[in-house]
Structures are given as structure tokens and as C-alpha cells.
Design a binder for this molecule. Sequence first.
Ligand code: 4NP
Length: 158
Amino acid sequence: MTTGLLFVCLGNICRSPLAEGVFLHQAKARGVLDRFDVDSCGIGHWHVGAPPDGRAVATAKRNGVHLPSIGRQVDPTTDFERFDLLLAMDASNRHALLRLGAPEDRVKLMRSYDPTLAAAEEHELEVPDPYYGGPDGFDRVFAMLERACGGLLDGLAG
Ligand code: 4NP
């Protein structure tokens, strides 16, 4: 049995592809990749079939991380059964998943797994959308996702 993890953001070209790539990279390094069924998707449909944003690819590449994502929209008819955890990048993504009928106990904010944010309020647990900002936004998001993926793996794979 594998654990299904779906990383979810708005466009599926910046944050969730980075989260997916970082998670796969860390899981591989820990030798536990085969324990997981991992994918990413967007709430919106604009970037279906598209590779990740070039700035996300560049940030990942500098850190030795490959981003396998091809853009797709969330599919409530299959995703809410297939995946054990729906990991939303921000509160808006989380609420969109709930409105689409996702089971509440499976919908989590990605940064709630960052052990350094254990005492944080919900509004402090968002991964900010770097799409309209400069390249440094992608580096900040990458560092947030490294910490969150580490905490997620600690909890799921020891
Ligand atoms: P993401 O960023 O949700 O992190 O992939 C965005 C990318 C594209 C758009 C919005 C957010 N967009 O509106 O096209």
C-alpha cells in the first residue's frame, strides 16, 4: 500500500510543481520513494498540459531538483478517492477543495507540516504565490517547501 499525496495550488505551474519535486527528491534521498503515490494539480484550468514556470524550473535546478509536473486541473471525481492527503498551498486553495467536495480530514495546508511553524496561526501557514513577483519569491517558496516536505516525510516515513 502506498500513501497518496496530491499537492494543490492555483495554477499548477509554480508552487505545487515545486512541492511535488521537492517531496520526490527528499523521499528518494531517504530511500522511501516507493511508499508514495505523488502528483500535483491546480484549482484553475489555465495551464493544463503546460510545464512548470521557467522561474520554478530554474530555482529547482539550482538545488538539484527535477520538476516532473505537467499542468492539470483537480479532478474531484478521482482525486478525492485516490489521494490520502490533499496538500493545499494556501487558504484559498484549501477552501476551493472543500467547496468541490474534498473530505475535510484529508485537506491540509502544506506549511502545517513545517516543524518550525508548530505554534503558527492558520494565516501564517500559507505558501505565497510567487507568480507575479520576482525570482527571489521562488527561492523563498523553495525554502518553505523544503521545511514542509521534511516535516511531512518525518511524519509519514519516520
Ligand atoms: P501557482 O501560481 O498557483 O503557484 O501555480 C500561479 C500561476 C498562474 C496563475 C496563478 C497562480 N495564473 O493566474 O495564471
